[in-house]
Design a protein around this ligand. Structure first.
Ligand code: PML
Length: 249
């Protein structure tokens, strides 16, 4: 069967690269028959976003030529934080447990506000304590990945987790990112002002949700990939952007 990568990005005040505000993005893999409904899902996602109404949107699809790699979902745990401080301190502890040195975590946190307007993720080297991607205000967009609905729903039912589209997308991204041997951990929270749960993920720790990583109303998001022993930056980025992945339970 042939598969297609379907991507969407939406912004306000023009395209993001021309200074527009990032509103929403989305990644799906679709069969030819499902393209119409997939495009519609992405359209709906962008048009009903609490970051605002977009005035620029791109939806594109493209046939996937490479074989699609299958990955297992990461195990999920949820930590109930009663305040942002508590949530953030839990996040730092988890990053340490994943193998990120404390000084590196501190350095990353110093940069978080600076990068909160990015559309994509940043790569952070845990040894040098420096951002190492060259994508400036764009960041890196992890693409070409999905989790078929029926399989996701079975999984969510089994683990008694909410079947949210948002969590599915985050789980898929985390599974892809953490499957690469150079990834030590991922730290993420949403730029959606109405969504305050985020996570720390790593191959060893799994997907560790933390229910409060910022205050409601805050539009500053975060997505950092902590990497170590990265010998070839270009091929790492190529993996994130191009390697097709299906998550399957
Ligand atoms: C996003 O908005 O895309 C990031 C959401 C991360 C947390 C999802 C969850 O596990 O609830």
């Amino acid at each position: 069967e042939k598969y297609y990568s379907v991507r969407m990005r939406a912004s306000q005040n023009g395209p993001h690269e021309q200074g527009g505000k990032h509103i929403s993005g989305g990644e799906q893999i679709s069969t030819y028959t499902d393209l119409k409904s997939m495009v519609n899902v992405l359209l709906e996602k962008a048009l009903s976003h609490s970051r605002g109404n977009p005035d620029f949107m791109q939806i594109q699809f493209e046939k996937i030529e490479e074989p699609i790699k299958v990955l297992k979902p990461l195990p999920v745990r949820t930590y109930e934080a009663s305040s942002v401080e508590e949530g953030q301190s839990a996040a730092r502890k988890l990053l340490e447990q994943a193998g990120v040195p404390t000084e590196s975590i501190d350095k990353a946190y110093e940069l978080i506000t600076e990068f909160s307007e990015l559309r994509g993720a940043i790569l952070f080297d845990i040894r040098s304590g420096l951002r190492i991607d060259d994508r400036n205000e764009k960041g890196i967009r992890v693409s070409r990945m999905d989790w078929l609905t029926a399989n996701f729903e079975k999984w969510a039912e089994h683990y008694q987790l909410t079947r949210s589209q948002r969590m599915r997308e985050a789980l898929v991204l985390a599974a892809k990112v953490c499957a690469h041997p150079a990834t030590v951990a991922e730290l993420c929270w949403s730029d959606d002002p109405e969504y305050i749960t985020g996570y720390v993920a790593s191959k060893r720790l799994g997907y560790q949700r933390i229910t409060k990583l910022k205050e409601y109303g805050d539009e500053r998001g975060c997505r950092i990939f902590f990497v170590d022993g990265l010998s070839d930056l270009a091929s790492y980025i190529e993996y994130l952007e191009k390697q097709p992945i299906f998550v399957q339970w």
